[in-house]
Design a protein around this ligand. Structure first.
Ligand code: NAD
Ligand code: UD1
Length: 335
């Protein structure tokens, strides 16, 4: 079955392509590499032994998108990853985020209506909940005020989907970490990393002197913020479950994609140190604007309805994150 994967060269997209191929889907990538590298396309080929069809096009270009839908017949579903994801950049340049994240979805929905394609898996985020009143947070939680323009785009996209006539599943990811065990694909973001684990890896590699922990005076187990870190391979697999759900049910739905367990920043550092036997220098800095104190998922709904749950360890994710750190520059240079 043919599945269009927008943003398929990116971090989560590339790992999902591997899972789609293992489940006998035929993925087709649309990605203009605005935040990724051709090394991920090469890595996918090495891992799967298959050359995946790839359109180097912008999802916000309606004419190009129509042409792709015109060419590709019998599309069973779409997974829409293509979006910008830097929370910090979104606060400095909100328009860039509104245009790409909301614009690409609107064009995609237009194409789906015009070419009668009906199943969409959408990349949402736990950021839609803002700072939740109750933990673990479940899918029925009321959306609090968005903490950033990035968060706003995810809230708005979910609204747009609800008002549309297509069949969709929105996956609200918690914090994906790690990379494929081969070390051949991973996060190739063009910006300097802003997420915790890639920064820890840079400290381990000597690229940065130390990790600055964004505050240790929160009301949490050790004063540092708590997140639900999830192994990227588990997260990638959830898309296959979501696609099967859409193909079998004519029903829209929303699911949390997390482990159900919270880990503090200090606990995450400790997990990296133990997994890789490397000491991480850190210091305590100020709180980061817009940070949520504590968030982790209630994953009962996704277990019950999609029959999906996270199975892999944080230890493995920390090991693969480190392997990717050691490999990634060589892969980019030789691609
Ligand atoms: P990523 O930047 O690695 O991947 C996104 C891909 O989309 C990139 O390859 C980029 O080149 C491509 N892209 C962006 N805009 C495009 C456009 N207009 N046309 C064509 N290609 C375009 O990001 P990711 O971490 O893989 O995230 C994928 C999705 O998941 C995003 O929607 C993101 O908001 C969401 N998400 C990510 C996280 C996370 O922590 N990584 C958490 C929650 C939600
Ligand atoms: C946020 C969003 C997530 C979004 C992702 C994209 C929330 C709850 N989550 O993730 O939906 O998709 O950004 O980037 O809003 N930290 C440090 N020092 C550092 C870096 C991080 O202490 O140098 C801390 C942060 O303050 C945070 C934790 O590590 O407490 C995780 O941070 P990060 O990896 O950036 O992810 P989120 O901000 O949770």
């Amino acid at each position: 079955m043919k599945v269009i994967v927008t943003g398929g060269a990116g971090y989560i997209g590339s790992h999902t392509i591997i899972e789609l191929v293992s489940s006998k889907f035929t993925p087709i990538i649309i990605d203009n590499l605005c935040n990724s590298n051709i090394s991920n396309i090469n890595g996918i080929k090495k891992i799967t032994g298959k050359k995946i069809k790839w359109y180097n096009k912008d999802c916000c270009n309606k004419k190009d998108m129509y042409e792709i839908f015109e060419t590709e017949k019998n599309i069973s579903g779409i997974i829409h990853f293509a979006a910008y994801k830097s929370v910090e950049e979104s606060t400095k340049n909100p328009k860039k985020y509104y245009d790409n994240n909301i614009g690409s979805l609107e064009i995609l929905l237009d194409c789906m209506n015009k070419y009668k394609v009906n199943n969409l898996v959408f990349s949402s985020s736990c950021t839609v909940y803002g700072s939740p009143d109750k933990l673990p947070v479940d899918e029925s939680a009321f959306f609090k005020k968005a903490e950033s323009p990035y968060a706003e785009t995810k809230q708005l996209c979910e609204k747009v989907l609800q008002e549309s006539s297509i069949n969709f599943v929105s996956l609200r990811y918690f914090n994906p970490i790690g990379a494929h065990g081969s070390g051949l694909i991973g996060d190739c973001s063009s910006d300097k990393p802003a997420n915790l684990v890639p920064i820890i890896c840079e400290v381990a590699n000597g690229i940065r002197e130390n990790l600055i922990i964004n505050g240790n005076n929160y009301n949490t187990i050790d004063g540092t913020c708590v997140r639900d870190y999830i192994n990227i391979i588990d997260l990638a697999e959830s898309h296959v479950s979501a696609l099967f759900y859409l193909l079998e049910n004519n029903q829209n739905n929303f699911f949390n994609i997390g482990t159900g367990k919270g880990l503090s920043v200090l606990q995450a550092v400790d997990a990296f140190e133990k997994a890789n036997k490397i000491k991480i220098n850190f210091s305590i800095g100020n709180r980061r604007i817009g940070d949520v104190e504590e968030i982790y998922s209630d994953n009962k709904k996704v277990k019950k309805i999609l029959n999906w749950e996270a199975k892999r360890s944080i230890k493995d994710a920390m090991k693969s994150a480190w392997k990717w750190q050691l490999n990634k520059n060589n892969l980019k240079n030789y691609s």
